[in-house]
Design a protein around this ligand. Structure first.
Ligand SMILES: Cc1cc2nc3c(=O)[nH]c(=O)nc-3n(C[C@H](O)[C@H](O)[C@H](O)COP(=O)(O)OP(=O)(O)OC[C@H]3O[C@@H](n4cnc5c(N)ncnc54)[C@H](O)[C@@H]3O)c2cc1C
Length: 361
């Protein structure tokens, strides 16, 4: 019976990061992922921080400018120090596994995990058993029906009619607000290519054609583009609630979304599991986010859940911060004065109500 040194259940973004940053190819390592050879190639965005600088060679696009748009307001931020960057999933995967020639891959569904003596027994669909002394577990947690989620569909389109401006549109609220807080997220990729993502914060996810209709309407009415070609799409449902599965023991570590990496107010997780790996080598006792960031995020999410016209909460916040203050908040590195500015920008009564509600949860 072969017992591996390390097993990865799920070989998505966080498992690949753990493999690359924590291990050497001399160890016996197995990765199990039911979708290992899928065509997945989504964007992972982050603001450039010290711990992300080592990945310069695979940053696909970067922007010094980003903005927020309302009917009556446009807020622009610019920072050369903390540009907004994206890495694509396939580049990340190739970068992380390129030195692991003897990595064993099982493209299969993991059905069960059990501790037996000093190792783990992992059961795959079809009955095959895998044994390992250490397990990193990133199985996708089931969605919780009554909790707030960020759900989106993105189209990368190609068109010669694109009026290219090298600025990311982080939130464009000039779209229908009928199904919850809704905005478009735009990444200008090339002079004739752009990602347009219809993003909603609500408890209920929507049929694909709802996002499609909104994206098409936006392309026609807001971007004034008539002829274009769809070249890629990405979809996602991200939790806006805290997730933290218990580890079975010290050699079983829940990672990524399952381990609580998602910043609930934004859905960003990628840079947070890399930060934890680089700074704490995945010490299970270290949290991905600070107490104060979690506290502010829970109040923020509670406010969005319990109020209408919540797009204004972002308006006041982004107006009150400069580019680096905003980027540092998004990356979990904001200073106390920045946190206080954010709290001060919130609607006072709604914020207090959400504060007391979040204390009771
Ligand atoms: C489309 C999309 C865009 C995103 N964009 C950003 C972004 O711009 N910035 C950011 O910070 N975050 C972003 N996120 C959020 C977060 O960074 C990602 O969800 C990230 O992939 C989380 O890493 P993970 O390893 O936890 O999960 P995943 O990368 O989803 O990996 C989990 C893996 O486990 C496999 N798996 C699940 N269950 C089983 C099972 N039972 N047996 C075998 N295999 C299994 C899955 O096939 C998958 O490959 C995005 C998420 C999505 C979906």
């Amino acid at each position: 019976m072969k017992i591996y040194d390390v097993a990865f259940i799920g070989l998505g973004a966080s498992a690949l990061a753990t493999l690359k940053l924590n291990y050497k190819s001399s160890m016996s390592i197995v990765g199990m992922d039911k979708n290992y050879n899928s065509s997945r190639d989504n964007f992972f965005a982050f603001w450039l921080t010290d711990w992300m600088k080592d990945f310069n060679e695979i940053i696909k696009y970067r922007w010094d400018k980003w903005e927020f748009n309302y009917d009556d307001l446009r807020v622009q931020h610019e920072s050369q120090k903390m540009p907004y960057c994206v890495i694509k999933f396939k580049d990340w995967k190739n970068f992380c596994i390129k030195d692991f020639n003897n990595l064993t891959i099982k493209e299969n569904d993991v059905l069960n995990l059990e501790k037996v003596n000093d190792y783990f027994e992992i059961t795959l669909e079809g009955g095959e058993k895998i044994f390992s002394r250490k397990v990193y577990d990133s199985r996708t947690p089931p969605q919780q029906p009554n909790k707030l989620k960020q759900h989106f569909l993105g189209y990368v389109i190609k068109s010669n009619e694109l009026n290219y401006e090298n600025t990311v549109n982080l939130m464009d609220f000039r779209v229908s607000q009928d199904e919850g807080l809704h905005f478009m997220y735009l990444l200008p990729l090339k002079s004739n290519q752009i990602l347009i993502e219809s993003t909603v914060f609500s408890k209920t996810t929507l049929e694909k054609d709802w996002y499609e209709r909104n994206i098409k309407r936006y392309i026609k009415n807001n971007l004034n583009i008539k002829n274009y070609q769809l070249i890629e799409e990405e979809m996602g449902i991200l939790p806006m609630y805290s997730i933290n599965y218990e580890n079975i023991d010290d050699n079983h570590i829940n990672i990524g979304t399952r381990g609580g990496a998602t910043k609930v107010s934004s859905g960003y997780a990628f840079s947070f599991f890399i930060k934890k790996l680089k700074l704490h080598s995945y010490n299970p006792k270290e949290n991905y986010h600070t107490f104060w960031d979690n506290w502010m995020d829970s109040i923020f999410v509670n406010y969005i859940e319990n109020n209408t016209q919540t797009e204004n909460i972002f308006k006041n916040m982004v107006k009150s911060l400069n580019a680096e203050e905003f980027a540092s908040f998004m990356m979990g590195t904001s200073s106390l004065p920045t946190k206080l500015k954010i709290i001060y920008s919130m609607p006072k009564l709604g914020f207090l109500k959400s504060f007391f509600k979040s204390c009771m949860n």
